[in-house]
Write a new protein. Sequence first.
Length: 202
Amino acid sequence: MKDLFDLESEEKIDPDNSLIYENKKSALDYRYVLLNNNINKNAIETVWLQFELLKLKSEKDPIDLYINSPGGDAQVSLFIADYIRSGSCAIRTVGIGECCSGAFMILVSGLKRYCYKNTTLMMHNISAGIMEADAKSTLSHAKNLEDIWRRILKLLSEQSKLTEKEIETKINENREWYISSEDCLEYGFIDEIIEPKFTYKN
């Protein structure tokens, strides 16, 4: 499925009749970017490219990145997080639906971090299959994975109140560490929970 905001989509969109085209154009006009898919190399084109185009229009006005993703490629996630934290333009992150694994790393990297109250938030260790590799290649691959993991822990620690050791312990205890929005706020991973303004009982 193509990303809603894929500027390089091969699909031919009629700008006069397509609601998708109008939604995309309106969102970008308001400096909204949506990450609504697995994080892979295509995310660099669809997310980073939009950041760069919006930055050309204005480096002062903030960009709001809405994230709904189960995660994906750790190195691509680290790149997007690094780009956001580079401060080349102000990028606020908003968690919607689910922000897991690499998506969680991106969420916590925003200049201001928000999430809706019932957003699913999860972090886990990285993994990768090793197919038909000799002993030296396997050891080299494992060393690289460990290096990436240490960089992830450093990022999460820098963006929260927790130490690298505390984060690693929580992930190792749970394998998949699901975190409530309230706990995320307490740990310093986000700055604000977007609460419902009304309920049926109100």
